[in-house]
Structures are given as C-alpha cells and as structure tokens.
Design a protein around this ligand. Structure first.
Ligand SMILES: Nc1nc2c(ncn2[C@@H]2O[C@H](COP(=O)(O)OP(=O)(O)O)[C@@H](O)[C@H]2O)c(=O)[nH]1
Ligand SMILES: Nc1ncnc2c1ncn2[C@@H]1O[C@H](COP(=O)(O)OP(=O)(O)O)[C@@H](O)[C@H]1O
Length: 194
C-alpha cells in the first residue's frame, strides 16, 4: 500500500477584508495546512509580527529575494519568493498562499497543475469597510486601500481564473467554512491515493 501526494498549493485570493487570511488560519488549524509567508514593504500593523504574518522588508531588502511573482498594491511591494515556497514544501506537500488576484493569475501561468484556487468574496462589499475597521487597520490606510484600483479590481473574479477558481462566499464564517470543508474533501480524495 503506497501513499502518493504531489506538492500542491492552495492559492487564496480576493479583495482586502473578504477573509483570505481568516480562511488560511482555518486551513492551518483544522487541516494542518501551513501558509507560505510572503514579503512586503508595507509597515506591520499593530498586531503583526515579522516572520509570522509576513517577512517585512525595506525597499532595499525586498530586492534581494527571488520572486515567483511580485506586485505593487496600494503603494507597497508584495512578493512570493521561491525560497519560502521551497521551505514550506520541504515540511509538507499541501501549503496555502494568500495573494491578490494578479499574483494568483501568475501562479495559474507558472504552475497550473499544482494550484487549487480559492476566490473569496462577500455578497455585499459594503461590509468590508466595517471588517477592516474592526481588524484595527489605521483609518487612513483603509481609505487608501478601498480607493485603490487594485481593491476595486479584486472585487471580481479575474477572467483568467474564472474556469479554475472555487468561489467561497464569506458572508458568515459558518457558510465559508462549510464551502471550504466540502472543497477539501474533494481535494483530499483526488490527491491522496492509499
Ligand atoms: N501577488 C501577491 N499578493 C500578495 C502577496 N502577499 C500578500 N499579497 C496580497 O496583497 C494584498 C494586500 O495585503 P495586505 O496589505 O496584507 O492587506 P489585506 O488585503 O488586508 O490582506 C492582499 O490581497 C494580499 O493577499 C504576494 O507575495 N504576492
Ligand atoms: N465571515 C466573517 N464575518 C465577520 N468578520 C469576518 C468574517 N471573516 C473574516 N472576518 C474578519 O474580517 C477582517 C478581515 O479578514 P481577513 O481574513 O484579515 O481578510 P483578508 O486577508 O482577505 O484581508 C478580520 O478582522 C476577520 O477577523
């Protein structure tokens, strides 16, 4: 009896505040699926820790990593490094990665067979302002974020991802959790051959 699991990456994408990080925490806590940390030049929020939430970088140090893809989002740089992905895959074959939609599109190009894409959304984008406020984001940063072209763009599933994205509607956490559980059941059935 053999056990074959190919390296897989659960890419979680969608607009700010829709619940991407919350879902990545659920995957970690309920399925033991760790998130690959990414790099950013954005300053840490009050409750964020370097090496746990992000690798927080300066403009100079950001340039030193080797990125599979990197983007500018609401005035800062973000990038997912080869180093971080390899490190995560060395620990376990299933890992998650939280990205804005351009990054998710890049992964769909670079490693189409290894990704499972979750597009997280809410029925009423008005709730996102309240969620970001409750998260404790600085009010000026929320304004800047919600006004950014990237935020508005990410409220729609990109055309390139439409055929592969699993849409998770996170109006309530229970609803989102049920959709993630259903998807994970299928993923595990397909990928783990006993
Ligand atoms: N393409 C890409 N997007 C990233 C990366 N790291 C984080 N992001 C995304 O960048 C956006 C801004 O992240 P952040 O400032 O933490 O705010 P958030 O939207 O509230 O999570 C979010 O959509 C993140 O998922 C990365 O390495 N590459
Ligand atoms: N279903 C939900 N109902 C209410 N608040 C939620 C829900 N899901 C997530 N949140 C909260 O909304 C805020 C934004 O979620 P987060 O996961 O950080 O979003 P993202 O990573 O997409 O920016 C967090 O404070 C989180 O606890």
């Amino acid at each position: 009896m053999g056990r074959a699991i190919a390296n897989q990456l659960i890419v979680i994408t969608g607009a700010s505040g829709t619940g991407k990080t919350t879902i990545s925490h659920y995957l970690r806590d309920h399925y033991g699926i760790q998130r690959v940390l990414t790099h950013t030049t954005r300053p840490p929020r009050a409750n964020e820790v370097d090496g746990r939430d992000y690798y927080f970088e300066t403009e100079e140090s950001f340039k030193k990593n080797h990125y599979i893809e990197s983007v500018a989002y609401s005035g800062y740089h973000y990038g997912s490094s080869r180093e971080a992905l390899q490190k995560a895959w060395q620990q376990q074959p299933f890992v998650s990665l939280v990205l804005e939609t351009k990054g998710a599109e890049a992964y769909a190009q670079v490693m189409p067979k290894q990704i499972i894409v979750l597009y997280v959304t809410v029925s009423d984008p008005q709730v996102l302002l309240d969620r970001l406020k409750r998260r404790g984001d600085v009010p000026q940063e929320i304004e800047k974020r919600l006004a950014s072209a990237e935020f508005k763009r990410d409220l729609q599933v990109p055309t390139a991802l439409k055929s592969i994205a699993h849409v998770i509607v996170n109006d309530t956490f229970e609803q989102a959790q049920a959709q993630v559980d259903q998807l994970l059941k299928e993923v595990i059935k397909t990928n783990v051959k006993l």
